[in-house]
Structures are given as structure tokens and as C-alpha cells.
Ligand binder design. Structure first.
Ligand code: MG
Ligand code: MG
Length: 262
């Protein structure tokens, strides 16, 4: 069932989403060659708990950690490992928080040290495709318009759009109806109404769109072994323009500062 939120509920989801953004900014400070995903996971867990939240992923269907950390060919749902990140890697970090009974769910793909121009382009187009999806998420449009917008942007650049995993409604549950695919036909699917809160999260592959599950039972990897990017925002459908409840602002402030020091 699709559940439209009241303004009070939207305020609470915004708070949860912002806490995820702040958590990822703390993590961003530490992303560099030599750090392990498990170290990042510890920092995130402590930060969330210190701010009154509960890690939203830990224990969810048995997932063991606070962060999903997906390196290079790993698309999503990577389990934080103790293998140090290397210069030139990318790491997609997805984080969920439960605060005041509502979830926030945000993802960002980070560069580790110096990455190739090819990968920089993948990250910036994936971020743009997320923005295009958000721009399409207005009252009166349909779910398919979001996926259409994301797919158009990604495929125009020759990238593969992952189909097996999708965005979703968000609220008292981490995953609510409806599903929000990152591909679709214009004007298809459920009509978007004001108060519908969605997590929009394109997963875009440098190569082909096909993915498979790793032997650990969690991690999704690209079938061709090429890198994949993942960015996610939580939004509420409004008239004329969606409101973005989450923010990447604090993450990017940290990244810009690091860039200046280089
Ligand atoms: Mg997520
Ligand atoms: Mg999500």
C-alpha cells in the first residue's frame, strides 16, 4: 500500500535524512587510500548512536553492518571489509538511519585518491541522472517518468542502468511501496501525489547493465567487472517541484576542503 505522509511525518523523515547526510560527511573525512571500509563503518555507527539514531541497515534482513560499502565493480549491498582502499578506487557508501520512528536513506560514491577521468565522468553523470529523476518527481507525473529521466541521461553517455535494484517509498519502513525503477516509459506507472516520500537511487554501470550476486549472499557486482556508481536522495513529491529532504551538501563541503589541501 502506498502511504502519503503528513507534514509532521515529512519533518521527521527530513531529520532522519539529514542525520544520514551528516554521518556520510563524517565518513567523507576519512575516505582515502589505506583506510578500510570497516573503519568507516565504525565511525558511522558511533556517529549515528551519538546523535540519538539507530543504524537503519544493521540487522535489516540480517545485514551485519551500519554501512553498505561497495568498491569498484560492487554495485550495492557490499559488506564492509578490512581490505584497505587503494588509490584510484571508488567506493559507494549507502547509509540508513532510524530516528523518531522514521528512516532516512542516502548514498554517495566517493573517489579514493586520484581516479581516472573515465570514472569521474561516470560519477558526475550518475549524480546528474539522480537530479533528472528528482526533477521528474512532481505531482501529476508518474513513476515511469522518474525512471525514464534517469535512463535517458545514463544511456546517452553509453552507461548501463541497473534494473534488478530500485528506489522505493520511505517512511516508518526502510522500503515501502512504490518501487522506483531507474528505467521506464514516460507516462507509465502509478501517478505521483503530493506527500509521497521516495528514495531515488540510480545505480549506473560504466559498462553493461547486467549484475550478479556475489558469493557472500549480499554484494551485487557488475557482470562485466567494470565499476558502478550509486547516488541516493530522499524526496517528497510536491506540486511543481519535488522537495529534496536529504542533502549531499556536507559531504561535498568535506570533499572540497580535501581537494584544496591536495
Ligand atoms: Mg540507500
Ligand atoms: Mg534506498
Amino acid at each position: 500500500m502506498v502511504y502519503l505522509k503528513t507534514e509532521e511525518e515529512i519533518d521527521l523523515i527530513r531529520e532522519s535524512s539529514l542525520l544520514v547526510g551528516k554521518t556520510l560527511a563524517e565518513v567523507a573525512k576519512l575516505v582515502e587510500p589505506g583506510v578500510t571500509p570497516l573503519e568507516l563503518d565504525q565511525v558511522a555507527e558511533t556517529y549515528i548512536k551519538d546523535h540519538g539514531g539507530v543504524p537503519g541497515f544493521k540487522g535489516y534482513n540480517g545485514f551485519p553492518n551500519t554501512l553498505c560499502t561497495s568498491v569498484n565493480k560492487q554495485v550495492v549491498h557490499g559488506i564492509p571489509s578490512n581490505k584497505p582502499l587503494q588509490n584510484g578506487d571508488i567506493i559507494s557508501i549507502d547509509c540508513g538511519v532510524l530516528l523518531n520512528e522514521f528512516f532516512g536513506d542516502v548514498a554517495y560514491t566517493f573517489e579514493v585518491g586520484d581516479v581516472s577521468d573515465e570514472i569521474k565522468a561516470l560519477l558526475s553523470v550518475t549524480k546528474e541522472s539522480l537530479q533528472d529523476g528528482i526533477d521528474a518527481a512532481v505531482a501529476g507525473n508518474r513513476i515511469g517518468d522518474i525512471g525514464f529521466a534517469v535512463q535517458q541521461k545514463a544511456e546517452k553517455h553509453g552507461y548501463g542502468v541497473v534494473r534488478e535494484l530500485v528506489g522505493h517509498g520511505l517512511g516508518k519502513n526502510l522500503h515501502e511501496s512504490p518501487e522506483v525503477p531507474n528505467y521506464g516509459k514516460r507516462g507509465s506507472g502509478m501517478k505521483l501525489k503530493e506527500g509521497l516520500v521516495l528514495a531515488i537511487e540510480p545505480m549506473i554501470n560504466l559498462g553493461k547493465r547486467n549484475v550478479k550476486q556475489d558469493q557472500d549472499g549480499w554484494t551485487i557486482v557488475t557482470a562485466d567487472g567494470l565499476p558502478s556508481a550509486h547516488f541516493e536522495h530522499d524526496i517528497v513529491v510536491r506540486k511543481g517541484k519535488a522537495e529534496v529532504l536529504s542533502t549531499h551538501k556536507w559531504i561535498e563541503e568535506v570533499l572540497n576542503k580535501k581537494e584544496k589541501v591536495k
